[in-house]
Design a protein around this ligand. Structure first.
Ligand code: ZN
Length: 131
């Protein structure tokens, strides 16, 4: 297991990208995840990534998050081997899951979110690489 990426909610990917460029880190991939109403840009840092998240709508989860908390760290994503089995195991142990079954995330990976109340206050994304 490793930290796959850290998701950061930003008001404008374009504006924040300059900061990372000045650190000699470039955006390697951008895509829109329609069902999350979000644009996601990936910045590779060694084996991990930073995922910049810009809302496409104030009604989307990132739009609501920024309205409430301002731009900041949104989630930490941990790579797991068998996501379905892990979700079942966590549910049996009584943890609160936002997604009880995996859904499609950026990059075509299977992802699921664990509620911050079960993880010490930080939204945790579990992800399983599909390629
Ligand atoms: Zn993520």
């Amino acid at each position: 297991m490793k930290i796959d990426h850290i998701g950061i909610a930003v008001e404008s990917i374009e504006k924040v990208a300059q900061f990372y460029k000045d650190l000699e880190l470039d955006i390697c991939h951008t895509e829109e995840v329609k069902d999350q109403q979000v644009k996601a840009s990936m910045i590779m840092i060694g084996e991990s990534r930073i995922e910049l998240l810009e809302s496409l709508s104030p009604e989307g989860p990132i739009g609501k998050f920024i309205a409430k908390k301002g731009p900041s760290i949104h989630h930490i994503a941990i790579e797991v081997q068998n996501l379905e089995a892990k979700l079942k195991e966590l549910e049996e142990k009584g943890y609160s899951l936002i997604d009880k079954t995996p859904r499609m995330g950026a990059g075509g990976n299977k992802i699921a979110f664990v509620h911050p109340k079960s993880s010490g206050g930080v939204l945790i994304e579990l992800c399983e690489k599909c390629k």
